[in-house]
Design a protein around this ligand. Structure first.
Ligand code: CTP
Length: 401
C-alpha cells in the first residue's frame, strides 16, 4: 500500500522548531511527508533541515519546478494537510482564501482534511479577527486545535502555545483514520478521569498501580476533537502532555480524585472513569519516613477501603440523563465479571479490558468490549487507544440523544 501523503505546512513562528519533531513522528510512523514552509518560517528553521528530515525537496514559492505545477499538485495529492505552527497571519490568509505562496496555494487546492495547530501570543489568539477566522475555518470543516496554555516566547505565559508535537501527531493520526468528523459533542461538558492513584504510606512511599493514563488521555483528546468541553482529572500521569484545549486537574490519591470528579461532574453531561483507583489505602500515614528496626519484623500495613467513586456518581447522578462510563480490568472470565461489575456499579456503560503482564498497561494499543446497561455488547478490535475512545464517545453520544 502507498504511504499516506501528508503535507506539513510550517508558518513563521518560533515554535517552527517543534514541527521538526512532528515531522519525525509522521515519517517514522509510515507517512510520506512533504514540508511546505512559508518564507518567514525559514527564518526559524532552514530548508536544509526540512529537506533532510522529509527526504523531499523544499520550496516556499510556486516558481520552483513550475513544469510539475506544484501549487496544484501538492494539495491535490495530499491525504492530510497539517499546518504547525499556524500563525495569526496564516489563519487569516487561509480563512480569506489568499494564495500568495506555495503553502496558501496548497491550502486552496487540497480537498483532504486540514488540521491547523495555532501558535501565537495570547492577545493575537484572543483578538476578534483571529477568533472569527478560526470560526470560519472550523465552519468549513477544518480542524483547528486549541492552543495550549503555558510559556510563550520571552517571559510571557498564557494561551497560545503550540501543543506538544505528540499531541498534534495524535490529532493527525485520528483525522487520517476518521476524517474531520462533525463536532457531535459540541455544547457538552464531559469529565474523564485518567491515570492511577497513589496512596501514601510515608513521605517517600506509596501503594500504586501500573496505569499509564494513556487511555484516559485518548478519551479526553477525542472528546475535545468532537467539540466537547473536557475536564481531565489526571492522577500521576507525569510525562503525558496536556491534551490541547482540555482543562487538566492534577490529583494524587483516590480521595483527591473523588473530590475533583464530584466537583467537575456537577454540570457534566457524561463522566468516564478511566482511572485505576486504589480500592484501599493505608489506614495511617507516617509523617516521617518508616525506618527498619534491626532484628525486628516489619509492622503489617493495615488498609482501609477507599470510596467507590464510580458507584457513588452512578447512584447519585448530578444531573438527570447524565451518562456514566466505567472501566474494568479483568484477568479471568472477562465478560461474565464485567456484566456483574456493570450491575454492581450501576453505570450505563462499562469498558471491559483483559489485562496481563503485557496487555493494556502502558501500551499504545487496546482491545475491549463495551457492555451497556441495556444489554448491548460492542466489541472494539485491537487498535489504537483513540479508536476505543471514539467508540466510547459514539455510545455516549447515542445515549445523550
Ligand atoms: N473505581 C472507582 N472507585 C474505586 C475503585 C474503582 O471509581 N474506589 C472505578 C474505576 O475508575 C473503574 C471501575 O471503577 O472505572 C472499575 O474498577 P475495579 O477496581 O476494576 O472494580 P472493583 O469494583 O474494584 O472490582 P474488583 O477489584 O473486585 O475487580
Amino acid at each position: 500500500m502507498d504511504k499516506p501523503k501528508v503535507v506539513l505546512g510550517v508558518s513563521g513562528g518560533i515554535a517552527a522548531y517543534k514541527a521538526c519533531e512532528l515531522l519525525r513522528r509522521l515519517t517514522e510512523s509510515g507517512h510520506d511527508v512533504r514540508v511546505v514552509p512559508t518564507a518567514s518560517a525559514l527564518h526559524f528553521v532552514g530548508a536544509a533541515t526540512w529537506s533532510a528530515l522529509s527526504g523531499h525537496p523544499v520550496s516556499t514559492e510556486v516558481w520552483d519546478d513550475v513544469h510539475e505545477v506544484p501549487h496544484v499538485r501538492i494539495g491535490q495529492q495530499a491525504d492530510l494537510v497539517v499546518v504547525a505552527p499556524a500563525t495569526a497571519d496564516m489563519l487569516a490568509k487561509a480563512a480569506h482564501g489568499l494564495a500568495d505562496d506555495l503553502l496558501t496555494n496548497t491550502l486552496l487546492t487540497a480537498r483532504c482534511p486540514v488540521v491547523f495547530a495555532p501558535a501565537m501570543h495570547t492577545e493575537m489568539w484572543e483578538h476578534p479577527a483571529t477568533q472569527e477566522n478560526v470560526a470560519t475555518l472550523r465552519r468549513r470543516g477544518a480542524v483547528v486545535i486549541e492552543p495550549a496554555v503555558g510559556r510563550l516566547t520571552g517571559v510571557d505565559t498564557g494561551k497560545g502555545r503550540l501543543p506538544e508535537p505528540a499531541e498534534i501527531f495524535e490529532v493527525c493520526r485520528r483525522v487520517l483514520v476518521r476524517g474531520a468528523t462533525e463536532p457531535d459533542l459540541s455544547g457538552r461538558h464531559v469529565v474523564v478521569s485518567a491515570g492511577g492513584t497513589r496512596e501514601p504510606l510515608d513521605p517517600v512511599r506509596f501503594l500504586g498501580n501500573r496505569s499509564s493514563g494513556k487511555q484516559g488521555y485518548a478519551l479526553a483528546r477525542t472528546a475535545a476533537a468532537r467539540g466537547a468541553r473536557v475536564t481531565l482529572v489526571a492522577a500521576n500521569t507525569t510525562g503525558l502532555p496536556d491534551p490541547a484545549g482540555v482543562d487538566v486537574v492534577q490529583v494524587g490519591t483516590a480521595v483527591q480524585l473523588r473530590e475533583a470528579v464530584l466537583k467537575a461532574a456537577a454540570d457534566a453531561d457524561a463522566v468516564v472513569m478511566a482511572a485505576a483507583v486504589a480500592d484501599f489505602r493505608p489506614a495511617t500515614y507516617a509523617a516521617g519516613k518508616i525506618k527498619k528496626q534491626d532484628g525486628q519484623d516489619p509492622e503489617p500495613v493495615v488498609l482501609v477501603r477507599n470510596p467507590d467513586i464510580l458507584a457513588e456518581i452512578s447512584t447519585d447522578r448530578a444531573r438527570p440523563g447524565q451518562v456514566i462510563v466505567g472501566f474494568a480490568a479483568e484477568t479471568d472470565d472477562v465478560l461474565a465479571n464485567g456484566r456483574k461489575k456493570l450491575e454492581r456499579k450501576g453505570c450505563d456503560l462499562l469498558v471491559v479490558n483483559e489485562v496481563g503482564e503485557r496487555k493494556t498497561f502502558g501500551s499504545e494499543q487496546n482491545e475491549a468490549v463495551v457492555l451497556g446497561a441495556d444489554g448491548s455488547e460492542t466489541p472494539v478490535p485491537y487498535g489504537p487507544k483513540e479508536a476505543l475512545a471514539d467508540t466510547v464517545w459514539d455510545l455516549v453520544a447515542a445515549r445523550l440523544g
